[in-house]
Design a protein around this ligand. Structure first.
Ligand SMILES: O=C(O)[C@@H](O)[C@H](O)[C@H](O)CO
Ligand SMILES: [Mg+2]
Length: 421
């Protein structure tokens, strides 16, 4: 059989032999040639360090309030890369996943970002899934940060940008009063949710619909016709109710309908999308290009909301943006995370043509030495420092270390049954 193109680990040969024979004996395959030759199982060694080269020395994660996890990838040259490998409610699991990936990275050249992405994703054998792609996403972000810092340029420069000089961000409003405040702060885009007195069931009566639509109408009135207002159904409404609400919302022209249903059955979302001219947005629970492929092919959404902390990092989200462009779809990164995630969104926005708007819940006040500032036109500027261009404020962070965040639970008040939140 042909030798694999990658140099093999001679030093590790004996452990490779025992690993293969262990695999073979477990599978009952001893003596058969079903498995690849020895060399194919070898771990790629850290190449000898030449002068001027950099090696990854250690991965450090820490939980940060309210529910985040930050990653630092340390190098033997002192350059540190930042990432946010968060999956909400699973911070400890992610921490463990990163611990398991660390031995692969230690001793390696941090600049081979795409190569490491491929190795971490594909050698896991069980590919993807929210836990592993979130861990990988944070690592990918930190590696781009290191690469930019080593070269002394912002990440968007490495991606061929800037494609724009500022980035529209959106705030949140659940009622007319919030809307007026956001407008005053300078926001030109707002996201809201479906107003409801109790969790949605399967079929709703006119009172449910009226309550939700009246609330949206009050937001439209407070925001005015020039305000872009997206509405997040949160995948927590039945598809039939989603269709009904969308029909009633059409006259108020929302900017997009987010997660009109869960994305597990893409055909159902595509059916909803065909029934309205309003743009359907989805993506916070979809991972990698393989997850977004089906959404695009079936025309289930025209606004993709990959989370740069879940979907595979900056490497993968750029590729997803390219796929989206071929379907005239736009990118609006999901981001209820921290400021490292926001910085990633800004670099992505500055390096793709089809960016729409960026979600954020924190501009980094109390976390960053150089927090972002909302401009009077509803935008923030793209960070100009090397790498991701953000620096943690370690002193301010001290009292924010650690959390025991738990995701909400929701039960129907009538019979106590589990409902989506
Ligand atoms: O679009 C959003 O920001 C929300 O759907 C959040 O991702 C969700 O509440 C979990 O944090
Ligand atoms: Mg959402």
């Amino acid at each position: 059989m042909k030798k694999p193109p990658i140099k093999q680990n001679r030093v590790g040969k004996s452990s490779t032999v025992s690993r293969r024979s262990a695999i073979q004996s477990v599978l009952g395959l001893a003596g058969t040639s079903l498995l690849l030759p020895l060399s194919s199982y070898a771990h790629q060694p850290a190449a000898k360090k030449e002068p001027g080269q950099v090696r990854i020395s250690r991965l450090e994660t820490f939980l940060v309030k309210p529910r985040w996890i930050f990653l630092k990838i340390h190098t033997d040259e002192g350059v540190v890369g930042l990432g946010e490998p968060l999956l909400e409610g699973r911070a400890l699991t992610i921490q463990t996943a990163i611990k398991e990936i660390e031995p692969y990275l230690v001793g390696k050249d941090p600049r081979q970002v795409v190569h490491h992405w491929q190795a971490i994703y594909r050698h896991a054998f069980y590919r993807g899934g929210p836990i592993l792609t979130s861990a990988l996403s944070g690592i990918d972000q930190a590696l781009w940060d290191i690469k930019g810092k080593l070269l002394g340029v912002p990440v968007y420069e490495l991606f061929g940008g800037p494609t724009r000089d500022r980035v529209r961000i959106y705030g949140r409003a659940s009622n007319a009063e919030d809307m007026k405040k956001r407008k005053q702060e300078g926001y030109t885009v707002i996201k809201t949710g479906v107003a409801k007195k109790q969790p949605a069931g399967i079929v709703e009566n006119p009172a449910f619909v009226k309550y939700a639509i009246d609330n949206f109408a009050s937001l439209r009135e407070a925001g005015g016709d020039e305000m872009d207002i997206g509405i997040d159904f949160h995948g927590a409404i039945s598809p039939q109710t989603a269709k009904l609400l969308i029909k009633e919302l059409e006259p108020f022209q929302p900017m997009f309908i987010e997660e009109p249903c869960q994305a597990q059955n893409v055909d159902v979302m595509a059916d909803i999308a065909r029934g309205t001219h309003l743009p359907i947005a989805t993506g916070e629970r979809i991972f990698t290009k393989w997850g977004f492929r089906e959404i695009l092919e079936k025309g289930a959404a025209s606004i993709l909301q990959p989370d740069i902390c879940h979907a595979g990092g900056l490497t993968e989200c750029r590729l997803i943006a390219g796929m989206a462009e071929a379907y005239y779809a736009a990118i609006a990164p999901h981001n209820p995370m921290g400021p490292i995630s926001l910085a990633c969104g800004l670099h992505l926005a500055a390096s793709i043509p089809n960016f729409l708007v960026q979600e954020q819940v924190s501009l980094g006040e109390g976390y960053l030495k150089n927090p972002f500032k909302l401009q009077s036109d509803g935008s923030v500027m793209i960070p100009q420092g090397p790498g991701l261009g953000v620096e943690l404020d370690e002193d301010a962070l001290e009292d924010k270390i650690g959390h025991d965040w738990k995701n909400p639970e929701s039960y129907h008040p009538f019979d106590g049954s589990v409902v989506d939140w």
